[in-house]
Design a protein around this ligand. Sequence first.
Ligand SMILES: C[S@@+](CC[C@H](N)C(=O)[O-])C[C@H]1O[C@@H](n2cnc3c(N)ncnc32)[C@H](O)[C@@H]1O
Length: 257
Amino acid sequence: MSDTMLTDDPTWAEGWQASWDHQQEGYMPDREARLAALVDIVEAVGGAAPLVLDLACGTASISRRILHRLPGARTVAVDIDPALLAIAAGSIAGDDRVTLVRADLADPGWSAALPESGFDAVVTATALHWLPEPTLRRLYGDLRGVVRPGGVVANADEMPPADLPRLTAGLREVAARRRAAAMADGRPDWDAWWDLAAGDALLAGAVAERRRFFGASHPAQFDPPASWHVAALAAAGFAESGVAWRQGTGAIVAAVR
Ligand SMILES: C[S@@+](CC[C@H](N)C(=O)[O-])C[C@H]1O[C@@H](n2cnc3c(N)ncnc32)[C@H](O)[C@@H]1O
């Protein structure tokens, strides 16, 4: 996707990467630990040179962390957002270990856009709650066909523990206080971050395009507890599925084919 590389100034993309991470950490103060846990899962299944699908990759945040720890890895990073893909393209310019693909996961034919199959791991973070329930069920079925036998799918997101409702209520309050404390440094929230991106002449056109696609903010569709994901992945035909990591109301649900 070299056509989405907007400038050959490497500091431009790195500046937006840092700004994206800062904004996301406002919502998830422990985001880095969550992403590191995803890389652990990739390494556990794929070893030192895994082939990974970074699903709804945004700025390729997970791919960047995988390559930092596992320089022998290769990733295919898929998203629909032209602005975040442009930042990703600027960061990975010249690195042929990452292939960026623009596709809409809500389109049942999305996987035809993938240049490879037989992935060791499919990873995704803070993204699949954008999809409505029937679409997410269908996507989990698609992913079973995309990973190799023995390969893993790992989804990190807000997924409270359904069996601990009173504790979850308290954990939500703690999370809200920690978010407020993080945001108190004046960092841009989601909407303000997108306004900043729209003000960058290199990103303005792509931001306008993503706003036409997603609307002004973003569509939060379906936010079930971890047990729903575990059951949906089992129903999709994975041999094992369960909660692989948890911190507060956030979790990683993983499934092995
Ligand atoms: C909050 S971002 C997370 C990005 C990245 N995983 C991270 O943690 O930094 C959610 C991502 O999901 C992507 N996304 C949402 N719906 C999508 C769809 N239908 N098809 C492809 N990508 C989608 C958005 O464009 C966005 O990049």
